[in-house]
Design a protein around this ligand. Structure first.
Ligand code: 13P
Ligand code: SF4
Length: 319
């Protein structure tokens, strides 16, 4: 405890000394979420993390999250220094969509508009027409469909399938998935619903279709927070990374939140509902990068300029 408090004090001091601002995702450890907010940064979803980093005047951005979030920050602010507690913090969607294979897939469908989820490498973004996050994907694909576009979607097949069902757009899919959300199970969720019949079910759309079908609200991490606040219920079952529980509980003190069941159901799979890469962000790593300037994010400048176009399009669409 004393060591934790000492690390936090050091981080607060270093953020000030380095003129740095911290941007955290809802899935990282509560300490890193609270520190970001206490020191003038934010904790948010991947769309707002990108926008905040771009608009904040600080010349150093500290991104607590996963690699694609640090890269997006760098692409939007190439003149700024972007640091991350751990540069090996990646994402199964990013890993499952290598640029060479993805590029060949795009070449097979030259008539399609390439819409890519934010959870990808800078090189994959640079091969796309539009970038989306889960908070704007539905609106962007709907707008493209209304203009007559056919879509090539990558990489999350569950999110893509959800969008296709909602919009009726003509879509072909890359077959990626999130190792966390892919584990939520509909059969066990039905049992948990029976045990808590008053509970509303909140689901991130990276979850399988059968789980999404049981939801009272489907959406990004910020949409889940909004639904927890606005829905007329006292109990909720939440199908997303359990890092979300911190914000859900602190913002809704009178409400009760249960984790949706996963395959391992915690006995055999303790980290099923928590992203192992988000978990790599810690206080010690953060203090170290602020002290030494280590773990700076760089993006090749030719890729960066091209990758910026689809991100700018998304930010303009959602402004
Ligand atoms: P959000 O954009 O909803 O924050 O999701 C990012 C993510 O990695 C979900 O697993
Ligand atoms: Fe990627 Fe899933 Fe982790 Fe999000 S929770 S960063 S989608 S592996």
């Amino acid at each position: 405890q004393a060591e934790r408090a000492e690390l936090k004090a050091r981080i607060r001091r270093l953020l000030k000394e380095r003129n740095a601002v911290m941007v955290s995702h809802y899935y990282v450890h509560p300490d890193l979420q609270d520190l970001a907010e206490e020191t003038g940064g934010i904790v948010s979803d991947s769309l707002e993390m990108a926008r905040f980093g771009r608009d904040h005047p600080a010349q150093t951005l500290v991104v607590s999250g996963v690699r694609f979030m640090g890269e997006s920050a760098k692409i939007l602010s190439p003149e700024k220094r972007v640091l991350m507690p751990d540069l090996d913090a990646t994402c199964s969607l990013d890993l499952g969509c290598p640029i060479d294979e993805f590029s060949a897939f795009c070449d097979q469908h030259p008539d399609r508009t390439v819409v890519v989820y934010a959870n990808t490498s800078a090189a994959v973004k640079a091969r796309s027409d539009w970038l989306v996050t889960s908070s704007c994907a539905l609106d962007i694909v709907r707008a493209l469909k209304d203009k007559g576009h056919k879509i090539l979607w990558a990489p999350d097949r569950h999110l893509g399938g959800y969008i296709q069902r909602e919009t009726g757009a003509d879509m072909v899919f890359w077959s990626g998935s999130c190792i966390v959300h892919d584990e939520f199970k509909a059969f066990e969720l039905e049992d948990l619903k029976k045990a808590h019949p008053q509970a509303k079910v909140l689901v991130h759309p990276e979850s399988p279709a059968e789980v999404v079908a049981l939801a009272d609200a489907v959406g990004s991490t910020s949409a889940i927070l909004k639904a927890a606040k606005e829905l007329d219920a006292r109990e909720f079952i939440v199908a997303t990374d359990n890092g979300m529980m911190h914000k859900l509980r602190t913002l809704n003190p009178g409400k009760v939140f249960y984790e949706a069941p996963t395959a391992g159901n915690s006995a055999t799979c303790k980290s099923c509902a928590h992203c192992p890469w988000m978990a790599m962000n810690g206080l010690a790593g953060l203090a170290h990068v602020l002290e030494t300037g280590a773990n700076e994010v760089f993006v090749d400048s030719a890729i960066l300029d091209r990758a910026r176009l689809p991100i700018d399009r998304m930010l303009a669409f959602t402004a």
